[in-house]
Write a protein that binds this ligand. Structure first.
Ligand SMILES: [Zn+2]
Length: 230
């Protein structure tokens, strides 16, 4: 399927209206309707390789910018390939407050690289974030994190070959310049593994101890008030 801009009619609407996307503003997976479409006559004159369209999120009405590759120019029509690049990606979220401060700074930057499609910058920041978290965990921290990651690989059923670059980024002993190059799909796996590793090593512990503290507090309060009323 492709998107066609005609010289006189603008976008062929029924093809475009089906576009569904996670909105970078409201985070909802919503329909996007074309809001600003380039003039086909100007495109036919200049013949750029890429074309930008602005869509409007049906949920929050924010403008969403997409870049398409031109498939073909013909007499009166410009045909675009259907796969596009999102110029603004939804921000990745995480319960950062449970992370050690230094790790939090590194991981925030890692997620920002990921959202910008800079997957190798993302991998480098993951290496730094992971290293920082190992020191924060103290002695045996790296081994503990390694065990969590192995468990995650097993749960997610990822084969060793696919997983090798992920492991190299997180636990490799080489220099940062020796990190393997990651593509979008490998970076996606690394992202989920990082989140899970941090969840197991920090968030789970933080949430659980906080929740138990709150329970104990209320039990003590109850005991105090029943003693007073007795
Ligand atoms: Zn939205």
């Amino acid at each position: 399927m492709s998107i066609v801009l005609n010289k006189d009619q603008g976008v062929e609407s029924e093809l475009v209206e089906r576009l569904g996307l996670e909105c970078p503003y409201c985070g909802v997976y919503a329909h996007m309707s074309p809001q600003s479409v380039p003039d086909a006559a100007a495109l036919l004159r200049d013949k750029p390789k890429h074309v930008g369209l602005v869509y409007q999120c049906d949920a929050c009405h924010a403008p969403v910018f997409l870049r398409f590759t031109v498939r073909e120019y013909s007499d009166n029509r410009v045909e675009l390939l259907r796969n596009f690049i999102e110029l603004e990606r939804p921000k990745e979220k995480f319960a950062f407050s449970y992370l050690p401060k230094h790790t939090e700074v590194m991981f925030r930057e890692a997620l920002s690289c990921y959202s910008q499609n800079n997957f190798n910058a993302f991998a480098s920041m993951c290496r730094r974030a992971a290293k920082s978290s190992f020191s924060a965990l103290g002695e045996g921290g790296k081994l503990r994190a390694f065990e969590e990651v192995m468990a995650a690989q097993d749960i997610a059923g990822i084969d060793d070959e696919t997983f090798a670059p992920i492991k190299a980024v997180l636990f490799g002993s080489g220099q940062e310049e020796d990190l393997p190059l990651l593509n979008r799909s490998q970076a996606g796996i690394l992202l989920e593994i990082m989140k899970d590793m941090f969840y197991q090593c920090f968030v789970r512990h933080g949430k659980l101890t906080r929740a138990i503290k709150v329970r104990r507090f209320f039990v003590t309060e109850e005991n105090n008030s029943s003693l007073q009323s007795a």
